[in-house]
Ligand binder design. Structure first.
Ligand code: LLP
Length: 414
């Protein structure tokens, strides 16, 4: 089902008012997803830590905070953004991968909870803080789950976390420095649709958890799959919620102490809230297929080109769904930046209402990993962002200008 407005504000009106290309986000959708997640885990003491790498706009972070969602960051800059959004150090989790110990110290000094992801930083943390600061350990449970191989993070060959088979080494370090390990963490991958992958990973972590005496937290990461099109298989939140809550409550009873269950979803909270609006520069009728050429490309929305990701695309300027045609929707970058990939991961056509030059082409699921992965490739500026909040469209990031492209350039005399 396509929508032509967000909270009653027409997509075409947003495009007119703010120009294109434009990212627009529906605050209500984010609030709705927070409620679904909480409801799925209502039997346990759940904390949601938004994986802000999905969308770091300050206003989105503030919206999360307003609705009781805490935050997961992966860099000192995301940490800074979280603090700017009003989070306290203790509400922030730092889950980096292979960073220098300086970054870990910085986050620890800010009061963040840290997920240590290799034996080396575990040892350094022990040496520096002993039992004066608690930490979590990121475990790689050797489980397969995720939409495609590039976004699977818990399988045996993944770079993430400390292998579950290195438990003895972990315990040696913890003992050597009398460390206070307050939590175990794992993240299966992104776009994980089957509940099995979550339960396998959770069982592995919970089994191991009995060896750690100071636990307060079990952190099961993010990765819940959302719908990219009608009829898509998504993570069944009610099922995952029930199965994981049961396993967690059983574990807590045996462990002898109530614990917190943490999740750090990104896509689940923001993907469906976002729509990307572009303008048709040309409808190019080729003997074999018809291209819709829009004023954006892989510089703004790279997921189709990076992962063969499916984003639903529709003509927001033509609501007449009787007159349909097949179009290959492409960008303006000097590469084959096709937006219209098939669900089998191939470049393909989309059936859409007839497109004319100037029409607004909308792409769905644009709230997660779209703006946050955008670049200035081809020396083009990044788009503006708008949040529709309580029925009103608010600009939450200005479109870049040529000055932003030049900002750090130093021109030398040659
Ligand atoms: N926790 C950790 C430790 C993560 O590495 C990630 C995502 C998440 C949570 C959130 O995962 P989510 O709930 O959003 O699936 N750029 C890719 C996705 C990369 C995910 C990276 N890590 C994409 O556009 O599909």
């Amino acid at each position: 089902m396509h929508y032509y407005d967000i909270q009653g504000v027409k997509l075409t009106a947003l495009a007119n008012q703010f120009g294109t290309p434009l990212y627009v986000y529906d605050a209500n959708k984010i609030i709705e997803k927070i409620a679904i997640l909480r409801d799925s885990f209502k039997e346990v003491n759940i904390k949601i830590k938004y994986a802000c790498k999905a969308n770091t706009n300050l206003s989105i972070l503030k919206l999360m905070r307003k609705h009781g969602v805490e935050i997961d960051v992966v860099s000192p800059q995301e940490l800074q953004l979280a603090l700017m959004a009003g989070y306290e150090g203790s509400q922030i989790t730092f889950t980096p991968s292979g960073v220098s110990f300086d970054e870990i110290e910085l986050a620890a000094e800010a009061g963040a909870r840290i997920n240590l992801d290799n034996l080396d930083v575990l040892e350094q943390f022990g040496q520096k803080y002993g039992n004066t600061k608690g930490a979590l350990i990121r475990i790689k449970p050797h489980v397969f789950g995720g939409g495609n191989e590039k976004i699977m993070t818990a399988h045996p060959e993944s770079k993430f976390g400390i292998s579950i088979h290195q438990k003895d080494q972990i315990l040696d370090i913890v003992k050597k420095y009398d460390m206070k390990i307050i939590g175990l963490h794992q993240h299966t991958g992104s776009d994980v649709k089957n509940a099995d992958a979550f339960t396998q990973a959770a069982s592995a972590i919970l089994e191991m958890a009995f060896d750690f005496k100071d636990l307060e937290i079990i952190d099961l990461g993010g990765g819940f799959k959302v719908a990219y099109k009608d009829g898509d298989i998504v993570t069944d939140m009610a099922e995952v919620g029930q199965v994981l809550s049961d396993a967690f409550l059983k574990f807590s009873a045996e462990y002898g102490r109530p614990l917190q269950l943490w999740f750090e979803p990104g896509k689940f909270l923001v993907s469906e809230a976002g729509t990307f609006l572009t303008t048709t520069n040309a409808v190019k009728v080729d003997p074999i297929k018809t291209f819709v050429c829009v004023n954006s490309g892989l510089n703004h929305l790279g997921r189709p080109m990076m992962y063969g990701a499916y984003h639903d695309i529709f003509n927001a300027s033509n609501e007449n769904t009787q007159e349909l045609e097949d179009y290959r929707v492409v960008g303006y970058i000097c590469e084959t930046d096709t937006f219209s990939w098939s669900s089998e991961g191939k470049q393909s056509e989309r059936t859409m209402s007839k497109v004319s030059k100037g029409d607004i082409i909308a792409m769905k699921n644009a709230g997660a990993y779209c703006y946050s992965m955008a670049s200035q490739y081809n020396s083009r500026v990044r788009p503006a962002e708008v949040l529709v909040y309580e029925g009103e469209a608010k600009l939450i990031r200005k479109r870049e200008t040529f000055d932003d492209i030049l900002r750090n350039t130093i021109e030398i005399d040659l």
